[in-house]
Design a binder for this molecule. Structure first.
Ligand SMILES: NC(=O)c1ccc[n+]([C@@H]2O[C@H](COP(=O)([O-])OP(=O)(O)OC[C@H]3O[C@@H](n4cnc5c(N)ncnc54)[C@H](OP(=O)(O)O)[C@@H]3O)[C@@H](O)[C@H]2O)c1
Length: 337
């Protein structure tokens, strides 16, 4: 496993990190707690030390499962969670309604983007309790709240850092302007954004900015929810509430195009004796500015396979070949919605 600095926090995080969204069940059909705990523990055994969760992942469920899985292993883990998607209060900017499976028009939970100092205090205590820890290593604003000035949210986060409740501050889903606003107030060590072979918009803005300013860039959904493993066939069945049921990329024609693209990677994956999923993960963390790849897994065998991708070295020639193949398919694979 390769390790890279998490900004200037002094923390060294594995290039392949474990994402615990699917572990919470919400938007992924359901969750199998015992399998999820095993997936987390196997990730740690395979050298992954960065684990990313959020209160919104199953409305506390993912944090609780992660907390249970790392008990007795806390010293081996850089624990990252988030704040700013709330359902305890209807303030801030309304985001969506949800039932326990996923977003819905009449869901009983109303989710708001809210980052007021008072709400931050409420959220940190709940996350610490659910995770069963005294400190969160990386605390990230999950979505941005247009109703609270960034300066106020960031000032409260800096207080949490001074108090030792968190060790580093991160952001997610920001514009470049918002990231610059945060940095006027204090140090931002990580930015978490959607980035994969199929989602490359941030190559034009946040990736170069993070690289230049020593901010870790954590790529989320690097496998496009599993699509880029090459293992998703049109026959695959999904549980009710699984977001992939309504994702255009999972329709047969798009699956077929993705398969054609992935098949072209075979000579390189065979040369390295790695799976397509592993090659895709490795390509992602070889991209300029992309320091870490947050790969989701809730099954032990997936977790183990993904972790082994943290040790691959791709040459410049191989990276160029892969990137040219991806470019050939640009515009032929639909965007998510
Ligand atoms: N900050 C944000 O707003 C944000 C948004 C999205 C994600 N994230 C973070 O990024 C993490 C990863 O993103 P993601 O979960 O959306 O998607 P992902 O990593 O692109 O895909 C995860 C899913 O792909 C399948 N998969 C993973 N490894 C596999 C393997 N080796 N073989 C076959 N299938 C495999 C699994 O699906 P099955 O379990 O169904 O088999 C898994 O749940 C999240 O868990 C979360 O921590 C953050």
């Amino acid at each position: 496993m390769k390790f890279r600095e998490l900004g200037i926090s002094g923390l060294k995080a594995s290039v392949v990190a474990l994402g615990a969204w699917a572990i919470g069940g919400w938007m992924w059909g359901k969750t199998d707690k015992q399998a999820a705990i095993k997936a987390i523990q196997i990730s740690i055994e395979h050298g992954i030390n960065l684990i990313d969760t959020a209160p919104a992942y199953g409305f506390g469920n993912s944090e609780k499962i992660v907390g249970e899985a790392i008990r007795g292993r806390r010293d081996k883990v850089i624990l990252a969670t988030k704040l700013g998607l709330v359902w305890h209060i209807q303030q801030g900017k309304f985001f969506f309604a949800s039932n326990e499976k996923g977003p819905s028009d009449d869901g009983e939970l109303k989710i708001y983007k809210y980052l007021s100092p008072k709400s931050i205090r409420y959220e940190i205590e709940n996350s610490l309790r659910r995770l069963g820890v005294e400190t969160i290593d990386l605390y990230q604003t999950h979505w941005q709240d247009p109703t609270t000035p960034i300066v106020d949210s960031m000032a409260e986060l800096l207080k949490l850092k001074e108090e030792g409740k968190i060790r580093a501050i991160g952001v997610c889903n920001v514009t470049l302007e918002q990231l610059k606003e945060y940095r006027k107030v204090g140090i931002v060590d990580a930015d978490q954004e959607k980035y994969s072979m199929l989602d490359r918009e941030h190559e034009a803005d946040l990736l170069p900015f993070c690289q230049k300013n020593k901010i870790a860039f954590l790529a989320y959904s690097p496998l496009a929810h599993g699509l880029l493993t090459g293992k998703i066939s049109p026959e695959r069945k999904y549980d009710e509430g699984d977001q992939r049921l309504s994702n255009k990329r999972y329709k047969p024609e798009a699956l077929n195009t993705v398969k054609q693209m992935l098949d072209e990677f075979n000579p390189i994956s065979e040369e390295h004796s790695v799976s397509i999923a592993q090659l895709v993960i490795a390509w992602t963390y070889h991209q300029p500015g992309c320091s870490h790849v947050l790969v989701g897994a809730r099954k032990p065998q997936h977790a183990a396979e993904n972790a082994l991708a943290g040790d691959i070295h791709l040459s410049n020639a191989e990276l160029t070949i892969i990137s040219k193949i991806i470019e050939k398919y640009e515009g032929k694979i639909p965007s998510k919605k």
